[in-house]
Design a protein around this ligand. Sequence first.
Ligand code: SF4
Length: 545
Amino acid sequence: MSRQKVSILDGYLDEPSCLGVPPYIAPHVRYTYGALRDAGLAKEEIDYLTIDQFRDNKEELLNRLKMSQAVVIIAGTTVPGKYLGGKPISLQEIESLTERLQSPEVILSGPIINSGLKINSVDKTASEIPGLTVYQEFTNNNLITELDPVEIVDRWARLGAVVTTKHPNFPYLVCELETFRGCPREENCAFCSEGFKEITYHRSLEGIIGEVAELSSLGNQYFRLGCQTDLLLYQAEEQEGRLCPNPEVIKSLYTGIREVASDLKTLHMDNINPATIADFPDRSAEVLEMIAAYNTAGDIAAFGLESADPQVLEANNIGTTPDKTMQAIEIMNQASGYRDEDGVPKLLPGLNLLHGLKGEREQTMELNLKFLHKIIEKDLLVRRINVRQVNALQGYETGYNYSKQEFKEYKDKINEEINQPMLKRVFPKGTLLKEVIVEKSQGKISFGRQLGTYPILIGVPGQRQVGKVFDVKVIDYGYRSVTGIPWPFNLNQAGLAELEALPGIGKKRAMRIFMADKIKDLDELNRVLDYSYDVEQLRNLVIFN
Ligand code: SF4
């Protein structure tokens, strides 16, 4: 193949151990871009576009893709769900796009290649190391026969960092970082596809830090160490045949990142196996304290308990138990659950519950609810409870079949009895959430989120332009979202919708404030409202300029 233009189509991916749906960019995209640069292609010869850009301008972009010699489609395995920032490419989209492309060679890359799905319309399925196949196309060289996968990935990660500047969200983009590939457990959980990965590795510290240095020098400020199955086991030590967290390595990772990206605004993570914490409590506590010293607040470690039903855990070979998970929640609350100066907890556990698993029975939901209630009773903090249904692998036998109504009632219960009380605990009224980016404006409300791991959805009264960035103080709670008002909130310049949203103000009082001359302090506000309202509630929420 002669040296000509390649297009990378970012179909986004949302995997248990990697996220690439905007505002995230997956490492797969960056490695592929790096491979092409390494193969000698000039920047102008590599095109990059996202599936959403393609959807918005199909005919023109189809022609652009047709001009390429090769099109690399990067896709994941997840069935598209509800997304605010972008929607992953579907199988139908891949098929219809490749059928219309005709002349360029279409290479399918990303986690989709391990899914067992057959997509006949593509010309080639890429190697597990993103970029390796297309590199070989342009150099006739199979690099994996010369170099270790870690060397390849570290090299392409640096070279490919520049593609972030082509992403439509840049610079408001979270760079998902990979620390290692594969699950360290010898036997995998029955429902998990992690075991299908043939190439596994742990990246070098220098490689990850060098990549962050490059990303940072290009203007990236948001990072998540999200691409691994258990961050505590990155370059773990072996102790009596078992892997045990290595505090020195994790410390070097975090301090190294801080050093090369001194102006970073987000440093978050994803995925810790609660059993690792419970099995090595002291070492884990040490590592968690250290992470909290170097991360940015609002960080979450998703715990894959999956089920609090022992029968389900056993049937699926899940390596944790409800007791171990509870112990891990307690340890994390103690080590890293403290708040920063804005009132946001530094690092909290998240909890994944999976349904449709082998061994499930009628009482499984009850056992899960009981476990969640115990967290509330123990006065612990958990930032996010993710309840989902299993995306069954081929040949996987699912368990008890809940009716839609049963599942809805169960989720409603979790929302009312767990999620809302927990949100009130995690984000007490007045908590300051910085740099909220508006993603949608609907009716009288704007919806936004921060750039970070599992960011809370924030509804702010009043219409705002998509993309606007501002700080918000929490004033109220939904089940999985909070309501906030902009900070600083100048009472004398606020619109009616914003005034109405203040706690306990309502329409009539909002109108009085709106019509009043400049109010200079809480005493005057008291007079304007005829002493009908407890103005103390607003002491930390409003200013009077
Ligand atoms: S612990 Fe289980 S679910 Fe998690 S990555 Fe390993 S095999 Fe998959």
